[in-house]
Design a protein around this ligand. Sequence first.
Ligand SMILES: Nc1nc2c(ncn2[C@@H]2O[C@H](COP(=O)(O)OP(=O)(O)O)[C@@H](O)[C@H]2O)c(=O)[nH]1
Ligand SMILES: [Mg+2]
Ligand SMILES: [Zn+2]
Length: 313
Amino acid sequence: MSKTHSTIVHIIANYGHQFLGLLKGARTDDAQPQWIQLVARGKRQGYAVGDWVKASLSQDQTQGAIEGIHLRENLFYRSEFNKQKNLASNIDQVAIICATEPSFADELLGRALICAHVAEIEVLIVLNKADVSELLPLARERLRLYAKLGYRVIEVSANQPDSLNSELIPALKGKTTLLMGQSGMGKSSLINALIPDANLRTREISSVLNSGKHTTTFSRLFDCDLGGQASQIIDSPGFEQFGMAQFSVSQIQHAMPEFVPYLGTCKFHNCTHVHEPACAILDAVARGEIVEFRHEFYLRLLQQLDYYEHAQY
Ligand SMILES: Nc1nc2c(ncn2[C@@H]2O[C@H](COP(=O)(O)OP(=O)(O)O)[C@@H](O)[C@H]2O)c(=O)[nH]1
Ligand SMILES: [Mg+2]
Ligand SMILES: [Zn+2]
C-alpha cells in the first residue's frame, strides 16, 4: 500500500459532512484561495469550522480525507438530545447579534450566554439596528439587565458603517469571532459591512462545498482586516432554538452570574433552588436582587434537562 502522509489543514466551511479547508498560511481573502474539499474518514466525527485537522490529500491538494483533530482549543456547540451541532472551534469570542426589530428572544440570548460560559469563551452582545429610533429605548432597556450582569453590550447599525468604528471593530480586531443570532437580526448585513468580499466568497465557497447549490445555511470563516489587523469572522446559520442537553445543573448554576454569589449558602447543600426552604437564591429573588424572569429561565432550563434525561430516544 502506498504511504500517504498527513497535512495540517484549517477547516473554513462546513456543510453537512462536507468540509472545505485551506493550508496553513492561506487566507480566504487571498486572490485565489486554494480550496481543499474534505470528507471525514471512518465513522462520522464532529469536526467544526475553525478546527485544525490532519488530512491525507490528493496529489494536487484539492481533495482530502480528514483523519483527526490536530488542534482544537475550544468548541462552541449546542445540542438537542444526542444531536450535537458544532458552531465553531478555536475561537476567541462569540458575538451574539440582537436587534431592535424584530425583537430578540431572551431565551436564546440567555442560552447562548450560558453556552459560552461553560465553553470558557468570551462573549459580547451586539445590538444592531440602533437606527430604528422608536424601538431603541425598549431594546436598550431589555439589554441593560445583561450589562448589569457583566456582559459587554455594543450598539451598532449595519447600514451606518461609521457606527462600527467606535466599539465593534476594536472589539473584533485581531481576534477570531463567531457571529451568531436569530435570523433577521442583521448578521449578514453586519458581515457585509465588515468584510467587503463576503458575498463573493460565500458564493464561491458554497459552489465548491455544495456543488453549486447556493445555500447560505452553512458555517464559514472569513479572513479579513479589521482596524489594520488580521482578524477572522465565522458566520453561522441563524438559529431558532438552542438545546443544551450537554450541561449539568451545576454548570448552568455557575454560568448565571447573578446566582454565583449565593451558591453554597442555601440551607441544603444539594439545594436545586426550585422550592427548598431557606434557599439563598429564592430569597434573593424575593428581595428583588435576582430578576424573577431570570429565575424562571433557570427553571425552564432545569425542566429541559430533566426532560432530556427521561425521554426515550
Ligand atoms: N434599519 C436597519 N435595518 C437593518 C440593519 N441591519 C440589517 N437590516 C435589515 O434587516 C433585515 C435582515 O437583515 P439580514 O442581514 O438579512 O439578517 P440576518 O438574517 O441576521 O442575516 C434586512 O432587511 C436588512 O436590510 C440596520 O442596522 N438597520
Ligand atoms: Mg443572514
Ligand atoms: Zn437554593
